[in-house]
Unconditional design. Structure first.
Length: 333
């Protein structure tokens, strides 16, 4: 067999210099023998000069510092918000249909993501319950939502009881969790639609969620240094959270005075509570995605990910808005 050591290599046992020379492969185009043994500075200089370790320039229209394609995110956000507000203010039943469709897509994305971990939620009864819950809340109020939720979960039990598939219990719990996470929480906004002036509370809720995302994104992208929950969502910072609070307080105060006709402090309480619940919803979804090993729940919305990646804040904020409206706005509910 041919000698693998380069000519002139020091083969003295225990010789560090000889060992380095014997391993003399080129590092980024520079032979190790040309570097001073143990010189990390020279090694880093050789790597830098080779150009192999230089940071690649960002492509035009690519992701921003916060990881989003900003122009696409703004366009998609406006395309979703405008028809939602138009339906909310002028065509209530259209708003109910839009929310129901969002919930159906969000549930479908969640069930599909759970399958990565071989957790098979019963898709048909879960989607059927998702269609029923918002309508039950809109036409029957809290009692209608409670009855529809019980019947939907019962349907899941019956479906799985006749299903011979293994780990049916795990799938049953996944379907129940998905129903309670997405359509059940969203349906609290449908209860608000039943009362006079409730649509203004929902409009305030949506504007506060938008303020939470927008100001949190802007402040976090430029000034974020201290991660809020590094193991769950590394890009979410305390600076961004402060920006969300500040922006939402301005929006909440204006909405309270000019939309709801309530004292300024009502808008401030709503702003802080909605930002806290929206952030909790965002972190909750981030934790689920980390457990599943996915970056986004879907790819339907450019710049955002999936529909569930947009609903994550609203599903937690909707019941909070309902509860605060019942306690802070006299006579609304």
């Amino acid at each position: 067999m041919a000698d693998l050591d380069p000519p002139g290599a020091d083969r003295t046992p225990g010789s560090d210099t000889g060992a380095d020379n014997a391993r003399g492969v080129a590092v980024a185009g520079t032979p190790r023998t040309a570097l001073e043994p143990g010189s990390r500075r020279a090694l880093r200089a050789a790597r830098a000069s080779s150009g192999l370790f230089r940071r690649r320039p960002r492509k035009a229209g690519g992701a921003s510092r916060a990881g989003r394609n900003l122009p696409a995110a703004i366009g998609v956000g406006a395309a979703l918000l405008i028809p939602t507000l138009v339906g909310l203010l002028f065509f209530p039943i259209v708003f109910v249909v839009i929310v129901t469709l969002f919930a159906v897509v969000g549930v479908w994305e969640t069930c599909r993501a759970l399958e990565i971990r071989r957790i098979h939620a019963p898709l048909a009864p879960t989607l059927a319950g998702t269609l029923v819950l918002p309508a039950a809340a809109y036409f029957g109020g809290g009692e209608g939502l409670a009855l529809a939720t019980v019947l939907s979960v019962l349907a899941l039990f019956i479906w799985r009881s006749v299903d011979p598939a293994p780990e049916a219990g795990k799938g049953l719990m996944a379907g129940t969790f998905t129903l309670l996470w997405v359509p059940f929480m969203l349906s609290f906004a449908m209860i608000l639609m039943r009362v006079e002036g409730g649509f203004l509370v929902i409009a305030t809720l949506l504007l506060l969620v938008v303020a939470n995302d927008t100001f949190g994104y802007l402040i976090g992208a430029f000034f974020g240094k201290h991660a809020m929950a590094p193991k769950i969502s590394p890009k979410k910072s305390w600076e961004g959270f402060g920006g969300s609070i500040g922006g939402a307080i301005v929006v909440g105060g204006l909405c309270s005075v000019f939309l709801l006709g309530q004292p300024l402090w009502v808008g401030l309480v709503l702003a802080v509570a909605i930002v806290a619940s929206a952030t909790a919803g965002d972190l909750a979804e981030s934790m689920i995605k980390r457990e599943l090993g996915v970056k986004d729940m879907g790819t339907l919305l450019p710049g955002h990910g999936g529909v569930m990646d947009r609903l994550d804040s609203i599903v937690f904020a909707s019941p909070v808005a309902y509860l605060l409206s019942a306690t802070l706005v006299p006579g609304l509910l």
